[in-house]
Design a protein around this ligand. Structure first.
Ligand code: ADP
Ligand code: MG
Length: 317
């Protein structure tokens, strides 16, 4: 059974000139560009934990790759290759084809080649590893922030968490919000544009305050954030307001925007570099001596979220 499934994957996988040997041998042979650092990231999605039961196979395929490309984006790396480890409850060719529709659509959009993987029988689980590269010294590390840096975020925050709230409530839901949850757009071009320009970056997977907190910890700094500056989409503005919206933006996970820090002198260069790739970014605060993230309301008081990180689906995580 596995062979038939692997053959289906092999027939659909697209190549690249730097893939000397792809799916079919004991290992892939890949030619990275001379002088670059390899950037490697892995993420696993488990049914009921990382996506709701009943999520379309195509959306699972898209998201499994998207969360990985988001990690490379947050390093400022250029993605090139992916491998795919699939645990499937049954040898369901239709499910696999739909999964590949989503996975390969995103892979093709970023010129990423699927070069290998593993296929086994078990509870539904998808583990993807992506490989890319970044010039030495240009990577956007979590420990690179400096006191006095601006803190920025790309795009808008809170949509994916808002979709989750609507899904849980079981009533009306906005497809624009749900699309952010099911088909996140990894900020690959933005990350590349920021490489060598920003000082530090992280992708917002667990919520802005939690993820910026990781940058603070790694850099030995604190951050001060103005909550009214956090960018919101029209869909979020229409669906939630007040502290509920603020909480979604500040602590909601799964947005896969980039949060980064950079020198105030680089403001124009950053705006220009991101404009070239069609991405908006908003300054939300700055890095200071100390530790932890302090989030301020418009009246200057510090806001304490009820919960700092984000939860998973069901009761799995
Ligand atoms: P091995 O026993 O050497 O691990 P497999 O039968 O697991 O071989 O895999 C055969 C080939 O198919 C390998 O090149 C492997 O990388 C590839 N492959 C297996 N599963 C997948 C998958 N889900 N996606 C992409 N390539 C896969
Ligand atoms: Mg194998």
């Amino acid at each position: 059974m596995e062979f038939t499934l692997i053959d289906r994957i092999r027939r659909r996988a697209t190549g690249r000139g730097d893939v000397v040997l792809g799916i079919g041998d004991d290992a892939a042979l890949l030619q990275p560009p001379a002088g670059m650092l390899l950037a490697v990231a892995t993420d696993t999605l488990n049914a009921g934990v990382h996506f709701p039961d009943g999520t379309l196979a195509a959306d699972i395929g898209w998201k499994a790759l998207a969360v990985n490309l988001s990690d490379l984006a947050a390093m400022g790396a250029t993605p090139a290759w992916a491998s795919l480890s699939l645990s499937l409850p049954a040898a369901d060719a239709d499910w696999l084809d739909a999964f590949l529709d989503g996975f390969l659509a995103l892979a093709d959009a970023h010129g990423v080649a699927l070069v290998g993987g593993d296929t086994t029988r078990g509870p539904l689980s998808v583990c993807v590893t992506v490989h890319g590269w970044v010039a030495p010294g240009a990577a956007l590390r979590r420990d690179g922030a400096r006191a006095g840096d601006d803190a920025w975020v790309t795009g808008t925050l809170g949509d994916a968490a808002a979709a989750l709230v609507q899904w849980r409530a079981g009533g009306a839901h906005d497809p624009a919000l749900r699309a952010r949850l099911d088909r996140p757009s990894p900020r690959v071009e933005a990350g590349r544009a920021l490489a060598g320009l920003a000082h530090a970056a992280i992708d917002v997977s667990d919520g802005l305050l939690a993820d910026l907190g990781h940058v603070c910890a790694a850099s030995g700094l604190g951050a001060e954030i103005a909550l009214e500056a956090l960018p919101a989409s029209p869909a979020l503005l229409a669906a939630f307001d007040g502290e509920r919206r603020t909480a979604l933006q500040a602590t909601g996970g799964d947005d896969y925007e980039l949060c980064f820090t950079a020198s105030p002198e680089a403001r124009d260069a950053i705006a220009a570099a991101l404009a070239r790739v069609g991405v908006r970014a908003t300054r939300i605060g700055g890095m200071v001596a100390g530790g932890g993230v302090s989030a301020r309301l418009a009246d200057g008081t510090t806001w304490q979220p009820a919960r700092a990180g984000h939860e998973h689906f069901g009761n799995g995580g």
